[in-house]
Design a protein around this ligand. Sequence first.
Ligand SMILES: [Zn+2]
Length: 753
Amino acid sequence: MGLVSTDTGHRWPGRRIPYVIDDTDFPEGSAGRQEIQRGIDLWNAQAPLPLVPRAGEGDYVRLREAAANLHSAVGRQGGEQGVYCDIGASRQQRIPGQRSQASPALAATGNSIHLVHIGNGSHDLWHSMFDGTKWSTNVRIPGQQSKAAPALATFTGGVHMVHLGNSSNDLWHSVFGGSSWSTNVKIPGQQSKAPPALAAHGGRLHMVHLGDTSNDLWHSVFDGTKWSTNVKIPGQQSKGTPALVSDGTRLHLVHLGNTSSALWHSTLGGAAWTPNVRIPGQASKAPPALAFDGTAVHLVHLGETSNDLWHSTFDGTAWTPNVRLAEEKSKAAPSLATFGGRVHVVHLGDTENDLWHSLIDQGSRNLAAAIVHEVCHAAGIMHEQSREDRDLFVTVHDDQIQAGQGHNFEKRTDSADDSGLYDYDSVMHYGPFFFAKTAMTPVLSPGPATGGFLGAFANIGRAQNFSAGDIETLHAYYPAWTPNTPIDGQESRGTPALAEFGGLLHRVHIGRSSNDLWHSVFDGAAWTPNVRIPGQKSKVPGALAAFGGGLHLVHLGDSSNDLWHSVSDGASWSANVKIPGQKSKATPALAEYGGLLHLVHLGDSSNDLWHSTFDGAAWTPNVRIEAQQSRGTPALAVHGGLLHMVHLGDSSNDLWHSTFDGAGWTPNVRIPHQQSHGVPALAAFQGRLHLLHLGNSSNQIWHSIFDGTWRPNVPVEGQSSSVGVGIAPFGSQLVMVHVGDGSTGLWHSSYTR
Ligand SMILES: [Zn+2]
């Protein structure tokens, strides 16, 4: 992910989101509440701002149910706000004019779903097709009747049906070739007391059915010409019709117990079926249904005692806890088919013989990830495909979007900023068919970019958890700064200079009202009382950097623009020496890079930027950095093998970025949407570049991270300063010291990540 609200005031204070779970929507002990808890646990396992039970906070989220309508406001709204999780996911619609007295059967081809069902009051078999938009009027299949539900599967381009006799347990086989059904043919020597299950797998059509009078399960295959003799599956019995689906590698069989409503799972990989294993915690009062969507095996079944429909998926290793399909009920087994990348469900009504059609959506597919998605919204994050740069990465087919849903695919350029690289794997990315008019043509297809993104297009809408990019974005949006604490007894009227040297963090700052320079040291716990550096004065703050076994200080004269250089061994300072031929009207910047100490400073009277290096013995003559000016001190830091510089505009508060590779400086580029009225500070820490600056007109301190691109800046909660801040990495912390907002007291804060 990487699209964050520009309204940073809607972030949550204290890096936490207080929550309550709605007790009516998700009663204590209910399956729904367990799902909500799974979502909270998934969030808290990685998010830098945890969900914490509300303890009187005025602003909090309430986790609520809303069928087929996951949503949440973006960012903290003030007071209570709902996070609607959609445990259910019903979009069921009645199939007009069709009724059945038994379970329907489904099979999908490339361009339609086929539905066959028996009549409402007869054993006639009726056939209808769904083209992605609507169901055709059902047509009676001539000359065929079945006393119970039929079974369907697609195999070698045709739709194959096996059904019971009109009054016998015989099994009959017929094929729909595209325009009509073949005359049904009795499968020799096979009978079943309940409808069979069919699935294509490994180039053959497989059938599993019950015995003529027993609950034994029998397996037979059709090679395109004839059915093999059926073989009993050892050790497996079912009191009702089994369900069968192939994942391309294995054939999955799920069936009821011999006498119980427990659900059992077995697979056929090579020649033999695995022993069946109980699916933990799941039971059904009617036969189950299966489908495979290219990622997971989907199971839908009735409740153990209710007509509710439950959904679970198998990822190749384990079944997810089942989740109720909200508002959907069926008095008999449902049927499933995968079509257009989505799992379709057709089932009877709760009490009547009407046929209902629905899609299993993202919410019920992985509720925990869906909760994470919605809480991301509450945290201030928007959909990935709404980024300003999205046209490079996805193509949006506006003509395929459901009426009234176009707003879901608009770019958010006013209210949000892109953060980091475009991330197909983001939990905030829609799938190809979200809000699609039909299940046949996607709304999203790949864009033209061949690089410069994270993840893979094939993963969109399938996230089971945060992506790595999601976590980076949350950390950048909620940076981990500690509240600042005063450094007792130390004051300065300017930006302090910080540098790690000899295992300690050193700070040099100008006096509160004098030009004296003061030195203090932090050992990780406390700052030492500051000590005046003897014999050195500067009319503005100095710059500090470790280089070549010494701590180097460069500062202006007491009243002149001359630049002076002094070195410390950590305890005492050498007498300062004037750097020949160099003058600056403002504090210079120092950094070690490529075995040299680099100095960048303003002109004596101009805003030009000049660059000079020190090799341990002498300073090179300074050279003007072409076409770059700054109205204040620039900031330097080394990151990714380059020396980075950020500086103000020549006369504006804009922030500009340039890098030096040892030979030359790149043209400077403006950092989007960031301004500062004070000088910026830059430091490399834990593989990222950190920029701290003031507001455009306020003294609020802002933080931005560069990890290849600049992430949107965010205010450092509760911290402001009259002038630019000092920052430096120190061990496992990034330390910031700044003066107060309107006062000369010094404050200390740290960032760890
Ligand atoms: Zn969303």
